[in-house]
Structure formats: structure tokens, C-alpha cells
Design a protein around this ligand. Structure first.
Ligand code: SF4
Ligand code: SF4
Length: 434
């Protein structure tokens, strides 16, 4: 692992452990500590793990010794006694910033690496996490894994991140989209910026309007929305058709052993650093879509989002409304705060369980609900409700600890040496795909 990857994990793990401790999940903290010790045994940097284990023990001690909180008031402030609903937004924002910062550091390091590659072997290491941005390569790697039990060694981090994202979807639906995806985060920032500069919301105005034709226009926009939502599934189907049905086993092996695959990340770099006219049009369109429509890219175009929506349908943790506590049922109020807070415009107030494929587990609806316990991400029958800290821990453990263990087992680092990369870079325009 490179310095930026260590740094990202070094920040994320204490955050996760702290979340466990302040959430009074002592068994969870101990389990995570156990995982850390395993990771310690698997990696070559024991001092990192010694520091993390020390921080964990300190946090556990602080939790168990209330006197410390009295003597050091800052500790008391760090450890709220209860999970308040508003904590959701705070934790989601913190998690997103953490992951975006980690990605930004890795992107910067990769840019320096590529810049130096033109002059020979770079001084900085290549962050393997960039492989996570090679979706087609990851799909081919997945086929090789299922068909031949082969773990690709050129871009293994890409396959690892695809698998952990799928695992996360099984647990918390599209939680990856709502909590971890840097592209989703960027889209949200663009949308908020556009709203501040140009606060136009034609759909809301239409809903409030009592003109006769407003209902027809609303119906039309809903139909168009449904059609556009299908586009991401069509893109996913095209990718599955291309890789899983249209690519024979021999071709998969030739591709994975070829120079084109070894240089896949560099091809991506060329595409974004020297974009062609169609690429520029694509980027501008995606930016415009994100600014105009909230979650526009995730909702209409992202095939990864489509895949996670399908896998997430099997997740037992769904947003559930407790009719014994919801103000609509208990007091007959016309409350729809959960629906209005939902970025995907899901009618949360009208259903008992949210099954929508557009639910990204952002928990904004839970945060907005005025009746404590009426809404939660929970198992069937409203058993075991997810808390903000548990969500953070699930994300951190899935996205950081598992890849870390993979790194210890040799399933993370690329075996393409810098010397080979220099040669590939010099011939980047001439590499045959097969
Ligand atoms: S239903 Fe709730 S958790 Fe799902 S997208 Fe809407 S606000 Fe977020
Ligand atoms: S915000 Fe809470 S109380 Fe209001 S409708 Fe939704 S679940 Fe019921």
C-alpha cells in the first residue's frame, strides 16, 4: 500500500473505532480490535497498528472510566450519551468528507506519479485505489474470478473494491451511493450550488399550482423520470452482455494477460487529462445533469448504482415506518416531512417499508422525522434499528478493513512494475486490446 492509502486507513480506522466506543458497542470495538490485530499480523507496518490499537484502548478506557470525562470535559463532549436523530447528517457528512479527502489525496499522488512517468521511473508510488475507477476491467476480472478462480494481479484493487461495494449493498442497500461515493458527493455539491445561484424548482411549482394542465405536465415528468431511470439498468445490461455473454473465456484470459489491461489506468488518465471532444461533451452533460436534477447521474446513468440497487434489494436493513409512532397514524396529522426530506422523492410517509431501488440509505428521512423512533433503517418487524454510529462502522469496516486485510494477503497491490509502466506509457497509443 502507498502512503496515501495508509493515511486514509490511518484516519478512517480510529474514526470507526471511536464510533464504536461512543456508541457503546464494546463487543463491536473488541471485534474490530481483533481484526486490527489480524491485519497487524498480515502487514509489514506494525507501528501503524500499534498506534491504532493504542488509540482504541484509550477510547475504551475513556468510556469505562467516567472520571476521565469529568477531568477532561472535551471527552464528555466527544461522547454524546444518546443517539440523537440529527447525528445522522453530521455522521454522513463527516464520512463523505473523510472518503473524499482520501480520494483527493490518492488522486493528487496519482497525478504526480503520471507526471513523473514521462521522465522514467517515478519517485512516488502509484496508489492502487485508482483501479477502483476501472468498472469494465473490474467486470472482466469478476468473470475471470467466477469462471476460472483467477484473481487478476494487474489491477486487483479494482476487483476488491467492486466486491466490498457489493457486500456493502447486501448490508445497507445503496449505502455506498449515499455515504461513500465521491461522484455522488460531487453531484450533491453541484446541485446545492446551482440551487443557491439559481433557485428554480419547476416541479415543486407545478405541484403547488392549481392550473388544469399542471397535473398533465406532472404526470409527463414522472413518466420521463421512470424512463430515464431505466437508462442505468440498460447500461448495466449492456456491460453484462459485453463481458459475461459476449466475451468467451479465451478472450478474457487474453485481455487480462495483455498490455492494454496493464495500462488500463493510464488509458483512463489520458481520457481525462487530454479529453477528446466526445469525452468533453459527456463530462459537461453529466455536470449539467447533476446540477439540474438532484442525484441526476446516480439516478439515471450510473451502472454501478444499478448493480447496487439490484443487490441491495436483498438487504434486510430497510427504511421502515413504525405506524404505532408515526404522527399520521397516532395523531391523524398530515405529516410528510420524511418524504420532503428524501432526495429521491420517495413517498416514505405512505409506505411501511421502503423498497424503492432509489433509496440510498442516506437517512435524511429518519433525520427529518419529528416523532422519535417512528422511522428507522431496521430489520423486518422493526427489530434492531440502525444507529448513525453503527452505519459509520459498517462503512469503515467494509471499505477499509477488508481491503486492508486483502492487502495483507497480497490481493491489493498490482504486480505491474514501474519499469513496465514506463514502457507502456511510451507506447500508450499503440497497445492492442487483445
Ligand atoms: S427513503 Fe430515506 S434513506 Fe432512502 S433515499 Fe429517501 S431519505 Fe434517503
Ligand atoms: S416524518 Fe415521521 S411522523 Fe411524519 S409521516 Fe414520516 S414517519 Fe410519520
Amino acid at each position: 500500500m502507498t502512503m496515501s492509502e495508509w493515511l486514509a486507513i490511518g484516519i478512517a480506522l480510529p474514526v470507526g473505532l471511536w464510533a464504536l466506543v461512543v456508541g457503546q458497542r464494546v463487543w463491536g470495538a473488541l471485534l474490530t480490535l481483533g481484526l486490527l490485530l489480524v491485519a497487524w499480523g498480515l502487514t509489514l507496518a506494525p507501528w501503524v497498528w500499534a498506534v491504532l490499537a493504542g488509540v482504541t484502548l484509550l477510547l475504551l478506557a475513556a468510556e469505562k472510566l467516567p472520571n476521565l470525562s469529568v477531568r477532561f470535559p472535551v471527552l464528555a463532549r466527544l461522547m454524546p450519551p444518546d443517539h440523537k436523530q440529527r447525528h445522522w447528517n453530521r455522521w454522513r457528512t463527516a464520512t463523505q468528507w473523510l472518503l473524499v479527502a482520501a480520494m483527493a489525496i490518492a488522486a493528487l499522488q496519482y497525478a504526480v506519479y503520471m507526471w513523473q512517468l514521462g521522465d522514467g521511473v517515478p519517485d512516488v508510488a502509484r496508489p492502487n485505489i485508482v483501479d477502483a475507477f476501472l468498472p469494465v476491467a473490474a467486470a472482466i476480472q469478476l468473470k475471470a474470478l467466477f469462471s476460472y478462480g483467477l484473481w487478476d494481479s494487474a489491477h486487483p484493487a479494482g476487483l476488491m473494491m467492486l466486491l466490498v461495494a457489493l457486500l456493502l449493498s447486501v448490508v445497507v442497500k445503496r449505502g455506498f451511493c449515499g455515504w461513500a461515493c465521491p461522484i455522488g458527493w460531487l453531484g450533491e455539491q453541484l446541485y446545492q450550488l446551482r440551487r443557491r445561484v439559481l433557485p428554480v424548482n419547476a416541479i415543486e411549482r407545478l405541484q403547488l399550482s392549481d392550473r388544469r394542465w399542471s397535473k398533465a405536465v406532472l404526470w409527463l415528468t414522472t413518466a420521463v423520470d421512470w424512463l430515464l431511470r431505466a437508462v442505468k439498468y440498460a447500461l448495466l445490461a449492456a456491460m453484462i452482455n459485453l463481458v459475461f455473454l459476449g466475451m468467451p473465456g479465451m478472450m478474457v484470459m487474453r485481455y487480462l494477460n495483455g498490455a492494454y489491461h496493464q495500462a488500463a489506468d493510464m488509458k483512463m488518465w489520458v481520457m481525462f487529462s487530454s479529453p477528446s471532444a466526445p469525452t468533453l461533451v459527456g463530462i459537461v452533460s453529466i455536470v449539467a445533469l447533476a446540477a439540474v436534477r438532484r442525484n441526476g447521474f446516480c439516478r439515471y446513468l450510473c451502472p454501478y448504482g444499478a448493480l447496487m440497487a439490484i443487490v441491495g434489494a436483498f438487504s434486510p436493513l430497510k427504511i421502515r415506518r413504525d405506524t404505532d409512532r408515526c404522527l399520521r397514524n397516532t395523531k391523524g396529522m398530515d405529516c410528510d416531512k420524511c418524504q420532503r426530506a428524501c432526495p429521491s422523492r420517495i413517498n416514505v410517509h405512505l409506505v411501511n417499508t421502503v423498497h424503492s431501488d432509489e433509496c440510498n440509505s442516506c437517512q435524511r428521512c429518519v433525520s427529518a422525522c419529528p416523532s422519535r423512533g417512528a422511522l428507522a433503517s431496521a430489520l423486518p418487524m422493526n427489530r434492531i434499528k440502525l444507529t448513525p454510529l453503527a452505519m459509520v462502522v459498517i462503512i469503515v469496516v467494509t471499505l477499509f478493513v477488508i481491503p486492508l486485510m486483502g492487502a495483507g494477503l497480497g490481493l491489493w497491490n498490482s504486480d505491474v512494475t514501474d519499469q513496465i509502466r514506463v514502457m507502456l506509457w511510451q507506447n500508450i497509443d499503440k497497445l492492442p486490446m487483445f
